[in-house]
Design a protein. Structure first.
Lengths: 229, 829
């Protein structure tokens, strides 16, 4: 019991009986059911499962991008489920970083500007210096003024990584970060992701269906048909 | 502040990537055109009003037969108005045994307050000078006819009443030469300081006083409003809109037309802005989702984008204002020859108006699509198919309708008319929406029986039928606006030209005694001068309607009030005069009895006179009764004798009458006037050719201006076209690339796209015809008093023009679909 309380106290993410259901013409569809999770600060977790198992829905709920149908989510001691959209947005800005499968870079912006964006949203005056340093760190110091169209897939994901770490988030959600890349480039990216994660002591939640990638994480959670197994 | 800086940076990045090009272009055109039109019409209007004010020699005039109260003049001084007075009366001049009835005009200092006097000291007119003040004390300026009729020359003495004056100038132009039929005769202008010494004005003398005022328009208006309730029936207030009806009508029409064009351009630009913003919004869904994901709140998203739009609007509006300024300068340069040498300088108020219009139109038309961005779910970063709900239809329409309504109201200043135009417009849109919807449904049923090319083209239209409907409505509206600009302009000009043909009568001859009439007529004929009919005139006053005093029927400031406070020219004729149209009752036949009267429609409306009413007139000391047997419409601006009251023949036989006629006298035959005046000394000749010339110049200027305004509507129309094409471009490129991947060749794609846009243009053209013809009909019959005629040329050509322009512009817009390698397209999107 004491261990459980200790665990809970140290938890950066805590969910209880989390569920997501949607009403369709053929009845209620339960995408996620009874998810109880404790994720500690600094931990790296892989969420694995087949396509359609509910992995992406889970991280969208954990990151406050979507709202659950039932249950609660606590992020760094704050009830995410009691917040409105603006509250969740503020929390995202404060705590969370993202890396997506499809990179999600803004096409009109240069690599530097893409990385600067979350910092600018915070009103950070050193945005440019921080972003430049991070791009140097991911090996794109010579490509600052290039737009996404002028970068390869791997390079785009490196920019996305730099952007994700720009605000030094407490939690980083990565949704199949290598899904759009060939295996060699994917490997480079994943190594970079783990390196940055260690350097920044970020809690990493990685969604993947690649068991090798999952093995790099401290813990693996498998989801099948909307439940943790 | 940092958020605002961020908005600016995002704006800068967006503009650099070309995202905003169409939007900026649409905005600049909207503002350029609205500023140019506002500036141009404001400047033209003020120039015209100034020029028109010249005809009064002032901004406001009290016309009366006695002196006005001193405190009125003091009040005018308090309002900061400049003042001048003129006193008009007739007097017989006798020199060298010659007699001549002259119109004497005594003018005060500061006369003329507006406009100029022209005079010469050389009898051959070689040194005509522009002067800003009248004769000095002890001198007289005379029209040349006075010199020849009285055998005088410059430097001679002319005795006016008991006062001998030295003739120093030949007067060639006075701005406020009145067309008062019964006082008009050759002019002698003297200084008011000499008036008392002439000893002509005695109690009871027939004298006209004109108290003239000028100054700041608002002060003039304030003074007018202060003065109006205090006027007695014999005191008449005149400003440019009330005086000179032929000029007033032209001005009013022009004002309305300019306003209408400007609303159309704004509406078309608004549609372009809405379309461009829609594309902008759709292309920013992903970026917005990302921003939301990075922690931006909904309000911040809205603030971020709307502040970008406000900055964008301010920049584009400022640029538009500058361009608009140049556009109107170029316009005035082009029209330099036609415009008066002294143009009123452009008003900053109009620039401010243009700028405000830019921001307001941008927000009204861009806000609804922009609001969708607020609704973008952050979850879209994971699920691209999540699209925000479209903006509420109420919001979209009420904002744009509100703005357009406000603008219509601004130009018409008439709530009822604004509501009518808006109501009719919305009704038309609803009907067209239903028609388009029905048409698309119908096409859907025919699809299976069509060839592949046609099927693909129509499927292009049907795939997103709501977009297609809005595009058809937008193109239809644009084409309708352009058609409307064109037809209204053409008809307006034709109408004006018909109104004043080259040989329109330019002289009126009055006070012709019955025994002189035949001789006068033959004199005109002998000199090959074409004249109008001779009408007998008996002066009488309408006093009772159905035995009730006419005052009971009069409303303040109405036409009825105006007509009942003075003697009217009563005439009789067997035949209905030309350009008179019976709108109620019947024109009399031979068998009908006397004592019937035909009344002009507007006066009848104003006094609520109906067919069968008994009207009582006083003629001298006697009373005459007549029954209203018909009501006529007529055009007052034909320069022919026109009458409020026409009696049946025989009704007025018992009363002394004189005759009136009008005729066209070419410039080369001006000498004939002298001989006519000599032969018929009691008659009065009124030269209206000068007035006509001025009116014609004004109409020419307006024609040119209206031609130019059409280009703005055209430009705005093309922006809509491109905005609409670009609004769907991404989707088209994507679909085109897919089809090429599946093996469709370029020529097939080219054909289907040409056909699709061509059909879009054709259907829009058909609707444009419906909208424009319906609007023209309403405008002409309800508003502009122009006869409506169905225009077959328009009906055939507009759908074809629509098909051609929309077809080729759309095709040009989407040619990337053909030229880009499919793989690249699919990767880029």
């Amino acid at each position: 019991m004491q261990t459980q309380i200790k665990k809970t106290l140290n938890a950066i993410i805590l969910t209880e009986d989390l569920g997501k259901a949607v009403v369709t013409s053929e009845g209620t569809l339960h995408i996620l059911s009874s998810i109880d999770l404790i994720i500690n600060s600094g931990e790296s977790i892989a969420i694995i499962g087949e396509s359609g198992s509910g992995k992406s829905t889970l991280i969208s709920l954990l990151a406050g991008l979507d709202t659950p149908s039932s249950g609660t989510i606590k992020l760094q001691g704050k009830f995410l489920t009691e917040m409105n959209e603006d509250g969740r947005a503020a929390l995202r800005n404060e705590l969370i970083g993202f890396v997506f499968q499809s990179f999600q870079l803004l096409q009109g912006l240069t690599a530097l500007e893409n990385v600067m964006l979350p910092l600018e949203l915070r009103g950070d005056k050193n945005a440019k210096a921080v972003a430049t340093a991070l791009l140097n760190r991911v090996g794109l110091g010579q490509r600052l003024s290039h737009t996404p169209k002028q970068l390869s897939g791997g390079e785009q994901q490196r920019v996305a990584l730099a952007r994700a770490f720009a605000t030094k988030p407490a939690i980083l959600f990565a949704d199949e970060p290598t899904g759009n890349l060939d295996s060699k480039t994917g490997e480079t990216i994943i190594n970079l992701l783990f390196e940055l994660n260690r350097e920044n002591q970020t809690t990493l939640i990685l969604v993947t269906h690649d068991p090798i990638l999952a093995a790099g994480c401290q813990r693996t959670i498998r989801i099948e048909a909307g439940r943790i197994v | 502040m940092s958020r605002f800086n961020l908005a600016l940076r995002l704006l800068w990045r967006d503009s650099r990537s070309g995202e905003l090009t169409i939007l900026i272009l649409a905005l600049i055109i909207a503002v350029t055109s609205s500023t140019a039109i506002a500036l141009f019409s404001d400047r033209l209007q003020r120039t015209m009003v100034n020029q028109a004010a010249e005809f009064l020699a002032a901004d406001l005039v009290i016309d009366c037969s006695t002196l006005v109260a001193e405190d009125w003049l003091n009040k005018a001084t308090q309002f900061g108005l400049l003042q001048a007075q003129t006193v008009d009366f007739s007097s017989v001049l006798i020199e060298h045994d010659e007699l001549l009835l002259a119109g004497i005009k005594a003018v005060s200092d500061h006369y003329p307050l507006r406009g100029i006097l022209k005079a010469t000291t050389a009898e051959d007119y070689t040194s005509e000078a522009i002067l800003h003040a009248g004769p000095e004390k002890g001198t007289a300026w005379v029209e040349k006819r006075i010199l020849s009729a009285l055998k005088l020359k410059i430097g001679d003495s002319l005795t006016v009443g008991e006062k001998p004056l030295t003739i120093t100038h030949i007067l060639t132009y006075e701005p406020d030469k009145k067309g008062n039929f019964y006082s008009f005769s050759p002019r002698v202008m003297i200084n008011q300081a000499d008036l008392a010494a002439t000893n002509i004005i005695q109690p009871g003398s027939h004298v006209h006083y004109f108290f003239q005022f000028s100054g700041d328009p608002q002060a003039v208006l304030d003074f007018k409003q202060w003065l109006k309730p205090q006027l007695n029936p014999s005191q008449h207030l005149v400003d440019i809109h009330e005086d000179r009806p032929e000029l007033g009508t032209a001005l009013q029409r022009a004002e309305r037309y300019l306003g209408l064009s400007s609303i159309l351009v704004i509406l078309i630009s608004g549609v372009a802005i809405a379309m461009a913003t829609r594309r902008y919004t759709e292309r920013h869904f992903n970026a917005t989702a990302l921003l939301r994901c990075l922690g931006c709140k909904q309000q911040e998203i809205l603030w971020l984008y709307s502040s970008q739009f406000v900055v964008l609007g301010a920049l584009a509006s400022a640029l538009g204002c500058v361009l608009g300024w140049f556009a109107q300068e170029v316009l005035f340069q082009l029209l330099k020859e036609l415009l008066p040498p002294q143009l009123v300088s452009p008003g900053f108020g109009a620039v401010f108006f243009g700028f405000t219009i830019g921001i307001v139109v941008l927000l009204a038309f861009a806000m609804p699509p922009l609001l969708r961005l607020k609704q973008v779910s952050p979850l879209r970063v994971l699920r691209r198919d999540l699209e925000p709900l479209p903006a509420s239809a109420w919001l979209v329409y009420s904002l744009s309708i509100g703005v357009i309504g406000l603008l219509i109201w601004r130009y018409t200043m008439d709530i009822k008319m604004t509501a009518t135009i808006l109501g009719a417009g919305l009704g038309v849109l609803l009907v067209l929406w239903l028609l388009t919807y029905g048409l698309l449904k119908l096409i859907q049923n025919w699809l299976p029986s069509m060839s592949l090319t046609w099927r693909f083209s129509f499927q292009g239209l049907l795939r997103n039928s709501s977009t297609t409907i809005s595009q058809i409505l937008a193109f239809g509206l644009t084409l309708a606006a352009m058609t409307l600009s064109f037809t209204v302009r053409t008809d307006l000009i034709d109408n004006w030209q018909q109104q004043l043909p080259d040989n329109a009568p330019n002289h009126f001859a009055l006070n012709i005694f019955p025994e002189q009439q035949a001789a006068y007529k033959s004199d005109l004929q002998q000199n090959a001068i074409k004249g109008s009919q001779f009408y007998p005139v008996v002066r009488g006053r309408l006093v009772e309607i159905n035995h009730l005093p006419v005052q009971q029927f009069v409303s303040k400031d109405s036409q009825g009030e105006n007509a009942t406070h003075r003697e009217l020219s009563l005439t009789w004729t067997k035949e209905l005069p030309e350009e008179n149209k019976i709108v109620a009752g019947n024109w009399w036949s031979n068998e009908q009895l006397a004592d019937q009267v035909s009344i002009e429609k507007k006066l009848a409306d104003s006094l609520k006179i109906k067919l069968g009413d008994l009207l009582t007139f006083t003629i001298g000391s006697q009373q005459v009764n007549a029954t209203v047997s018909s009501i006529r419409e007529l055009r007052w601006d034909t320069m022919k004798p026109n009458f409020y009251m026409i009696f049946s023949p025989g009704s007025l036989d018992a009363y002394p009458s004189t005759y009136i006629t009008s005729f066209y006298l070419p410039e080369t035959q001006k000498d004939l006037l002298n001989s006519l005046v000599k032969k018929y000394p009691s008659t009065t000749i009124l030269e209206v050719d000068l007035i006509l010339k001025q009116v014609k110049t004004l109409l020419m200027q307006l024609t040119q201006a209206i031609n130019y305004l059409l280009y703005f509507a055209l430009m705005a129309g093309f922006t809509v076209l491109f905005a609409a094409v670009y609004a769907t471009l991404d989707n088209r490129i994507y679909e085109g690339a897919l089809m090429r991947t599946f093996g469709a060749n370029r020529s097939f794609l080219r054909r289907t796209q040409l056909l699709e846009f061509g059909m879009l243009g054709f259907i829009s053209g058909v609707f444009a015809v419906i909208i424009s013809e319906a609007t023209t009909y309403i405008l002409y019959t309800q508003w502009m008093a122009i006869e409506y005629q169905f225009n077959t040329g328009i009906v055939i050509s507009i759908p074809l023009i629509g098909a051609f322009f929309v077809g080729s512009a759309g095709f040009m817009g989407v040619r990337q679909v053909l030229n880009k390698p499919p793989l690249r397209v699919l990767r880029e999107l």
